[in-house]
Ligand binder design. Sequence first.
Ligand SMILES: [Zn+2]
Ligand SMILES: [Zn+2]
Length: 280
Amino acid sequence: MRCDKAMVFDHHVHLEHGPYNPHDYPEVWVAQYFATADRMDVAGIGLVEHAYRFIEARGLLPGQWALERCRYSLATYHSRIRQITEKYPAALGLEMDFVPEQVAGIKKFLAQHPWDFVLGSVHFLGEFGLDVRDMDHYYTEWGPELVWGRYYETTIAAVESDLFDVITHPDLPKLFGHPKPSQKFLDPWYRRLADALNAHQVAIEINTAGLRRPVEEIYPAPRLLEWAHRAEVPITIGSDAHEPENVGIFFPEALLLAKHAGYQSALGFRHGERQLLPLE
Ligand SMILES: [Zn+2]
Ligand SMILES: [Zn+2]
């Protein structure tokens, strides 16, 4: 690992697009991610994949949308990424959807292999995919308080499940720019989430992908990050890159947000261990 530059990891990077064997993720593709990391002063990459891409996750997510995407082998993914972590400064992870009714199934799914870290995400409220463009009529049908109330209720349950190391993009319902509930409504949810994260030793993610979505804002809102800092919840930083060129994108903005909230370090995962790394 390099020591001459900032030690920030990009802990949310997807390789995507194929079945994960060396043929489909040839060295030349993987090397591009680490070349970008080098250029962007990112010390290492946390590789994750969406659990819904795996055959073994069939039935863990609601609806046809996810079912149609469960195609690849979890074992192949695990061994391919493990190979990459032996050669590059990388960590082996997964981005797992939290579905309250499936806690036992998710636990069994995750226990099949050892992971350096697991990101917990709430993308679905029942069959409503919060980031699925053709489902965004739900935002107007439900209204802001129902969407955001259910989102935080589910996110807090995800934290309390003790299945995850990090909660990702922790104000995802803002992504399309639909109206948000009032600050008076949101503040108690932020506080409850921050307290739960602290109690269960789960980190919160600063995710720069929101800057590439219609809302054009980093996840989470500064105010949620302030609550998290007050509750002594550690952060990770992630680009949510799905292509090599987005590794480490908008990290200066993420670091600024972290520092404004009072953070001086971010969490890193290497070989299954947690390390607090200074932001400078
Ligand atoms: Zn996600
Ligand atoms: Zn992601």
